[in-house]
Structures are given as structure tokens and as C-alpha cells.
Design a protein around this ligand. Sequence first.
Ligand SMILES: [Fe+2]
Length: 191
Amino acid sequence: MTLLQIMSDKDAADVTLRTEDDAVIAAELAKRGITFERWPLLENLTGATSTEDLLAEYASRIDALNADGRYKFIDVARIHPDESDPEWPAKATAARTKFLDEHRHAEDEVRFFAAGQGCFYLHLGDEVLATVCTAGDLVSVPAGTLHWFDMGTRPEFVAVRFFEEEDGWIGDFTGDKISGGFPTLDELVGA
Ligand SMILES: [Fe+2]
């Protein structure tokens, strides 16, 4: 389920809005300069759909988003639990930890979730907007926006990523440990 929970940046318990209504989520994010769209879901899409097929199926949407050609690097990131791999728990933790602290990027962080889920926490002024994205959600976090990302303790998603530069994913970490005081993805969706 796609979910938006808005909290005070000083106190996560001070929740001013919690909604699963796509239209309200898009409106609240738009008010704050964040792009959020719902793209139609492919009925035949599975975690096994190849990157080539996925990009081909969404070609018209991707081309429209990239009409000005600003995104030179478009790829697909995937993570899927593999209980048969003894290294999986360590891999999952390493992947999750990477962007779990507050950071910003030099370019917009643009993601389309074709499957699975992940939560962007947008730290805008005195608010934190926890935005749980699920299959069909496109979100664009503007360059310079303070944020962090939680893929949960059992990471599972397929996401199309749009970059202007090859190293556009690199994060500039603020050193602020604010993320530790906010509900995790697991907590948000289990709430
Ligand atoms: Fe990021």
C-alpha cells in the first residue's frame, strides 16, 4: 500500500497526517515541490521480468518523463530475498544501511517502483514526510532535498532509476542521526 505519514521533525509521535489516498498523497507532495505519480501497472510483470522487457513496456512513460533528455542513464535496480543464500541477511542489511542516514544528492532522485516497496523520508523544513512507495509509484525527490530511504529488513523491489550523471546516486551525508528517531518502513506498514 502506498502511504504518506507527515510528522514533526522534532517528534515522530507528532503525526499531522497519515493517508493511503493516492490523490491526497500526490497533492500534499506537490504542495512541497515533490513529484509523485501513479503509472499503470503491468499485469504480467513479475520480479523475473527482464530489465529490457520492463523498460520496453514502460517506454512511452519513460520517454515522456525524459522528454528533454536530461536523464542520460536509466537502469533497473532489483533486490529480492534469497533465503537459500547464506549471505542474504548480510547483503540485505548492507543494502538497507546504505541510504538509511540523512543525505542529499546533487541531482533529483527519480524512482519508479515497478514492484515491491521502499520508503522515502523527506525532511522538509520542520516536517518529515514518510512516503511508502509501492508498485506503480513514481517519485522525484528534488536535488538538495534532505532525505533518507528505508527498504525494510526484508528488502524486495524492482525500481527504474533515472540519472543525469553516472554517479548521480552518490549521497552527501549530513551526519545528522535524525532517521533513528523515526518509524522504520517495517513499523510504518505494520502500524
Ligand atoms: Fe537518496
